[in-house]
Design a protein around this ligand. Structure first.
Ligand SMILES: NC(=O)C1=CN([C@@H]2O[C@H](COP(=O)(O)OP(=O)(O)OC[C@H]3O[C@@H](n4cnc5c(N)ncnc54)[C@H](OP(=O)(O)O)[C@@H]3O)[C@@H](O)[C@H]2O)C=CC1
Ligand SMILES: O=C(OP(=O)(O)O)[C@H](O)COP(=O)(O)O
Length: 341
């Protein structure tokens, strides 16, 4: 069994921990927090050993009825690999600890590409991860773009991509953030970081992205246009998506045309935490104009889509499963991920 530590048990970390626990070849040997909060009680309820960044805070945890096994360094020592899901920028500060202890680590999209020197997506570059000490799973938006672009690049070749990200303002539990009555250009400059981020995984792709944030908490919405190298049809593109194991199709017949209805749908499907791990491409929006111009809307669940990628990244880096499709199949099966549509 691969011993996995989750450093940073928050929005992403708690999902990765549950996904690790669901795999047949992995176990959670510890999760970490800095402060007493609801998530620490969830860790206890799930039976994950709890470690803390600063041992001087141990009495506060114990007073709250939360057993602390040790400090983060002890957790890292006990692991084969660490998934670092601490807030953006903290991972860079943690890297020297992983180096000193000779441990493999996976960073998240809040860190710069240079923190790991290698950015990962299971479909695009799984085999390149083997033997690396560090990898970074690109951000939720970038993961969604990479899956879509790579699928069409493999099938038809992609000449160039232009995409607009309408970004959710905050995660559902994030009461401190806004906006509540504004559409904020984020950033006001063009391109946004997403295009360059996609190129850390798919360097050959000509891509420009623009982004803004809107007052919602569940999912980003992408407007994507790609010029394809070879001519095709809407039907052929839909077949590529139907065959893909991390792209779902939101069928016209469902009547779903918003993030709100999609949330209700994933909830009714019984998805844990309403998670949509796959891209949600709106079937009705898929268009191929003039033979080579592709268009679509896709919904990207910011809390969920990077989770299976972290699981595949663990196997890829340790080299325990050589074939990307086999790892993706194992991960999807353990999670119960059958793409919608
Ligand atoms: N949320 C999202 O939609 C997405 C986030 N990401 C990326 O994932 C990473 C994590 O984000 P997210 O899950 O949202 O962050 P959260 O703030 O939800 O969770 C961060 C967790 O890290 C813990 N933590 C903070 N500092 C330390 C430390 N020094 N040592 C150990 N644990 C620490 C926090 O504990 P405590 O609360 O006790 O301080 C908390 O449990 C970021 O890089 C982000 O950019 C990527 C895709 C989507
Ligand atoms: O990685 C994310 O977004 P991004 O792809 O726009 O960087 C997550 O939604 C976290 O973004 P946040 O930094 O707005 O919390």
């Amino acid at each position: 069994m691969i011993k996995v530590a989750v450093n940073g048990y928050g929005t992403i970390g708690k999902r990765v921990a549950d996904a690790v626990a669901a795999q047949p070849d992995m176990e959670v040997i510890g999760v970490s927090k800095t402060s007493v909060s609801a998530e620490a009680y969830i860790a206890k309820e799930r039976g994950y050993p709890l470690y803390i960044a600063d041992l001087s805070r141990k009495p506060a945890f114990e007073k709250a009825g939360l057993e602390v096994v040790g400090d983060v360094e002890a957790m890292i020592r006990a692991a084969d690999i660490v998934v670092d899901a601490t807030p953006g920028g903290v991972g860079a500060k943690n890297r020297p600890i992983y180096e000193r202890l000779g441990k493999k680590a996976i960073f998240q999209g809040g860190e710069e590409h240079e923190v790991a020197g290698f950015s990962f997506n299971a479909h695009a570059n799984y085999r390149e991860a083997e033997g690396k000490q560090f990898a970074r799973v690109v951000s939720c938006n970038s993961t969604g773009l990479v899956r879509l672009i790579h699928a069409l690049d493999q099938a038809f070749g992609v000449e160039r991509v232009r995409a607009v990200m309408v970004r959710r303002a905050a995660d559902p539990d994030d009461i401190k953030r806004g906006p509540v009555d504004a559409i904020v250009l984020n950033p006001a400059t063009i391109p946004s970081h997403h295009g360059p981020d996609v190129r850390t995984v798919l360097p050959q792709i000509d891509i420009v992205t623009l982004a803004m944030i809107v007052p919602t908490t569940f999912m980003h919405m992408h407007v994507v246009q790609m010029d394809l190298k070879s001519g095709t049809t809407r039907e052929e593109v839909l077949k590529v998506f139907e065959r893909h194991n991390r792209i779902g199709l939101i069928r016209k017949a469902t009547g779903i045309v918003s993030n709100a209805q999609l949330r209700e749908y994933t909830q009714d499907l019984g998805r844990p935490r309403t998670d949509l791990w796959e891209n949600g491409v709106f079937e009705e929006s898929v268009a191929v104009l003039n033979g080579k111009e592709f268009y679509c809307f896709q919904a990207i669940h910011q809390e969920a889509d990077v989770v299976p990628e972290n699981i595949d990244c663990i196997r890829a880096m340790l080299g325990t499963v050589k074939d990307p499709e086999e790892s993706i199949r194992m991960t999807n099966e353990a999670l119960g991920l059958v793409p919608i549509g």
